[in-house]
Write a protein that binds this ligand. Structure first.
Ligand code: GLU
Length: 275
């Protein structure tokens, strides 16, 4: 059975870009008669905004995006990530790294602000007995040596997402194309941990007038206050973005039901192309 999921980071209210990911993943899972889970990715504590998880869940309810089971909070699952990290250590698939961002920038002479490719400085041990900072995955050519536990002690998104998708038996990941470059890293981690790889679908990104991704971090407008007309309008926009422009029905539930019926001819074709 298909199990899809929506995994928002509670760092602000839902916006049109995240609504598209929610609607897209909901439609794909429900179309297959599958389950749809919601997981709050609240590990990046410095960025989490109190109250925003509740706000996101309230919005999903208003949009009739019903989920199955309990909402999972990553902040309550640290022992699972620790266990996976230990597993990776036992298999020699991670190493401690002492490099600071400044070290890496110097080594790569990368322009400030761009993520330099890790040059492998600490792969064979930390030089000069410096203290370990982050933990990195040993990429072995499939991927770079990306961080799985940050210098501030926070488990990285890549590790947590792989652990949770496996633990929740997620078989279908539908999300924005901004996460496309994470896919090879996540597949490499799944292989290193012996987990199955779900089906991946990356939806086109909603961009602003400047061509940049609409996102909380870029100051995107949150969804307008959730009165019924705004809900119908924004859901209509999200569906239209997915190629499912339909009538503005009276309730989000009937708009979604109608979109589900029209899925085979449009989105499923796109899904075949993308995956
Ligand atoms: N939490 C991630 C985000 O909000 C999405 C994770 C995922 O769908 O894999 O960008």
């Amino acid at each position: 059975m298909t199990t899809g999921r929506f995994a928002p980071s509670p760092t602000g209210p839902l916006h049109l870009g995240s609504l598209v990911a929610a609607v897209g993943s909901w439609l794909f899972a429900r179309h297959d008669g599958g389950r749809w889970l919601v997981r709050m990715e609240d590990l990046d504590t410095p960025r989490v905004i109190p109250g925003s998880a509740g706000e996101i869940l309230g919005a999903l309810e208003r949009y009739a995006l019903t989920w199955d089971g309990e909402v999972v909070y990553q902040s309550q699952r640290l022992p699972l990530y620790e266990a996976a990290l230990n597993e990776l250590r036992a298999r020699d698939r991670v190493f401690d790294c002492a490099c600071s961002r400044a070290d890496l920038q110097r080594a790569a002479s990368a322009p400030v602000g761009e993520e330099p490719i890790y040059p492998g400085t600490c792969r064979d041990g930390i030089p000069d007995g410096r203290p370990p900072r982050a933990v990195r995955f040993r990429g072995n050519g499939e991927t770079d040596d990306f961080i799985v536990k940050r210098a501030d002690g926070v488990f990285a998104y890549q590790l947590a997402v792989v652990v949770d998708d496996a633990a929740q038996e997620v078989t279908q990941v539908v999300r924005g194309a901004d996460l496309l470059s994470s896919m090879p890293r996540q597949i490499a981690l799944q292989r290193a941990l012996g987990h199955p790889t779900p089906e991946y679908v990356h939806l086109p990104l909603v961009v602003g007038p400047d061509g940049k991704k609409l996102g909380k971090r870029d100051g995107a407008l949150p969804l307008p206050s959730l009165d019924d007309r705004h809900v119908a309008d924004t859901l209509h926009d999200a569906l239209a973005f997915l190629g499912l422009r339909g009538a503005r029905a009276s309730s989000p539930r009937s708009m979604l039901a109608e979109a589900l019926e029209r899925l085979p001819s449009s989105v499923i074709a796109a899904k075949r192309d993308i995956s």
